[in-house]
Design a protein around this ligand. Structure first.
Ligand code: SF4
Length: 518
């Protein structure tokens, strides 16, 4: 068959995969994927859609007109399972209504809740046609065929390489998803933190070969992606095979990716403090494309709690790593995750955590009340009363809010390179991200989307930054991002003054924190 062609806005012709596939179909089937949780799930949802595209599935933004609905679930947040059952209750009504109209709707549950609760979901929600674990997405077309006859549960850990079998996104699909993209480099975790289900739902650490990651990144760059975030449950434990046959570290991989024309920004998440090796820290010093922002979860500032959580590092180890990263890249900003109310946590442990927050001076952080995950060691430990957890979470969030407000305040009047990635809520407004991932709405033409421009931060409202476009110096005008990167003019910004780590900080109590911010 000859390829289908269509004209783009400029009048040139390009092969249209969508049109080509559509020739096989009387009408395309509509796919609605709802993603819960982390970036890994967003990435997986895209790859599921890519894998189903050759089967004639076209994505739709609403479940109401979908022929196939996939809930890509997350097990991390509290009551995750209950939320999925409520969502499934709504989908039963939708599926029944469609059946009355003579339309079949297939319902699939994917992700970590599917992996953990596969058979239970199938037992409790009879209208679910397919339950599929994260390691089986490449088998989706075959599983959906089987599910036409009877309900299917597939939560096996595949022996074959899932990433080899998943379909790569078309240029069109990549373009529609914008100028930033995630690339999974690693899956699974061997750390077995006592609160976490990931080692059970995603399995052991597996790293993708470096050349396959580089090929995927080059394809994305070719389709207009400018910023890539490497993702993995434990991304800095990456040890994929390099083209030289040796295991490459994440630092080495980042060096290789920074050479791809068009890629001007690199990030990675989520990291474990124990895996911040010398090569990775040096990459923060040596690679201008590696953004000066790192999400480095610590969970607690108390050594007693870190041990109970099986984190295999102390608060001092963590602070030392922060210090080394700041020495390598003085303008680096940190974000983190915290759990309060972990079994056995005392007020002294809580004070240790508040002290660590003040010492690091985070740009922002996520914080959670501990809630037991069935099957994890901490679920069997004696639990703290809810009221205690609630009160501590409130204090922790107040401390983080103050740090975030102080960090944002230090941005006022400064000029940052901002990568514009979407339209804003107002007419004539576009939104981009600073190197620290802060969103900044700016009044500027939509033609700047996909480009990096200097923006001066003029206002701060709560946690939002607002800015005005600074004019670029004449030599930089008209350069493509890759040309500008080669010329060394990209992503240079006024460094932020870094808060002192160990000097000049008074002992941190909640009251002391309050005083400091008044
Ligand atoms: S390192 Fe992260 S993913 Fe692994 S067990 Fe701990 S919290 Fe879970």
């Amino acid at each position: 068959m000859t390829g289908a062609w269509r004209r783009d806005a400029a009048g040139s012709r390009e092969p249209s995969e969508t049109l080509e596939k559509a020739e096989h179909l009387t009408s395309p089937r509509k796919l609605y994927v709802k993603s819960f949780g982390c970036q890994m799930n967003v990435y997986d949802s895209h790859r599921m859609a890519d894998t189903l595209a050759p089967e004639g599935y076209v994505e739709t933004a609403s479940a109401d007109d979908a022929d196939l609905i996939v809930l890509n679930t997350c097990h991390i947040r509290e009551n995750a399972t209950q939320k999925i059952y409520s969502e499934l209750g709504r989908l039963r009504t939708l599926k029944d209504a469609a059946a009355l109209d003579g339309r079949r709707v297939t319902v699939a549950v994917a992700g970590c809740v599917a992996q953990a609760e596969g058979k239970e979901i199938s037992r409790r929600a009879k209208h679910v046609d397919l339950v599929v674990g994260p390691q089986s997405y490449h088998r989706l077309p075959a599983l959906l065929k089987r599910a036409e006859a009877r309900r299917v549960v597939d939560t096996e850990f595949a022996v074959e390489d899932k990433f080899d079998a998943l379909v790569a996104p078309s240029r069109d699909a990549t373009r529609k998803r914008g100028v930033t993209a995630f690339v999974t480099v690693q899956e699974g975790c061997d750390k077995f933190c006592t609160f976490c289900v990931v080692p059970y739902t995603r399995g052991v650490e597996v790293s993708r070969p470096a050349d396959k990651i580089v090929a995927e990144a080059a394809r994305l760059a070719d389709a207009g992606v400018r910023e890539i975030t490497l993702i993995g449950q434990n991304v800095n434990a990456y040890h994929g095979e390099g083209p030289d046959g040796r295991a490459w570290s994440l630092g080495r991989l980042l060096h290789r990716l920074a050479d791809i024309p068009g890629i001007v920004r690199l990030r990675y998440t989520t990291s474990h403090p124990r895996d911040m090796d010398d090569e990775l820290i040096a990459a923060h010093r040596d690679l201008p494309a590696l953004m000066p922002h790192l999400h480095l979860p610590v969970q607690s500032g108390s050594d007693r709690m870190l041990e109970a959580m099986n984190r295999h590092h102390t608060a001092a180890d963590y602070l030392k790593t922060i210090e080394r990263l700041r020495a390598a890249r003085p303008d680096i900003g940190f974000t983190s995750d915290f759990i309060v109310g972990f079994p056995g946590e005392t007020e002294d442990d809580m004070q240790d955590t508040l002290r660590l927050i003040a010492e690091v001076g985070y740009a922002s952080a996520y914080s959670f009340k501990y809630s037991p995950r069935p099957g994890t060691p901490a679920a069997d430990m004696e639990q703290l009363p809810e009221a205690v957890k609630h009160e501590r979470l409130q204090r922790l969030q107040d401390a983080i809010d103050r740090e975030q407000a102080a960090f944002n305040e230090r941005c006022r009047g400064r000029s940052f390179d901002v990568l514009f990635d979407k339209s804003g809520r107002l007419d004539g407004q576009i939104v981009g991200r600073t190197p620290y991932l802060q969103p900044v709405p700016v009044m500027a033409p939509a033609t700047l989307i996909g480009e990096i421009h200097k923006v001066t931060i003029t206002d701060i409202d709560g946690y939002s930054l607002f800015g005005t476009l600074s004019s670029l110096p004449p030599p930089e005008r008209g350069r493509s991002p890759s040309e500008a990167r080669r010329a060394g003019v990209e992503d240079r910004h006024d460094p932020l003054p870094t808060p002192p780590l160990f000097k000049g900080r008074e002992p941190t109590t909640d009251a002391a924190l309050k005083e400091k911010t008044i």
